[in-house]
Design a protein. Structure first.
Length: 123
């Protein structure tokens, strides 16, 4: 089973992500924003991070940058699951293949597919 850290400020979507990822066989820890996720990362030691872009306190790009400053998180894959189009802060990370982007708009299936590619569930 993979350990997934989710940072999502919308409570109903956070619950949906938790349920869908857990049903796919992963251990999931959900947080309400990037700052909370950054704090939880030390204890969780995630194998994958799924984050929203726009969140209070610390946005998704800020979370990614803060995680990648720590050696133990530099190779952790990230999926940005956002309603916002990639901008000048996010686009270079996507183009460098450091972050996968999935538009929210009902794309839970695509998110789960990306998760299964990056972090296959144990049988």
């Amino acid at each position: 089973m993979g350990r997934i850290l989710v940072a999502e400020d919308d409570a109903p979507l956070r619950q949906l992500l938790n349920a869908a990822l857990a049903a796919a066989g992963h251990d999931v820890v959900v947080t309400a924003d990037g700052a909370e996720a950054l704090q939880a990362a030390e204890a969780v030691q995630p194998e994958l991070v799924v984050t929203d872009y726009v969140m209070p306190i610390l946005d998704g790009v800020g979370l990614i940058q803060a995680l990648w400053k720590r050696d133990c998180f530099r190779s952790v894959p990230v999926i940005m699951f956002s309603a916002y189009e990639p901008d000048d802060k996010l686009l270079p990370l996507i183009q460098a293949s450091r972050v996968r982007y999935v538009a929210k708009g009902g794309n839970l299936r695509e998110l789960l597919q990306q998760v299964s590619v990056l972090l296959p569930a144990a049988d």
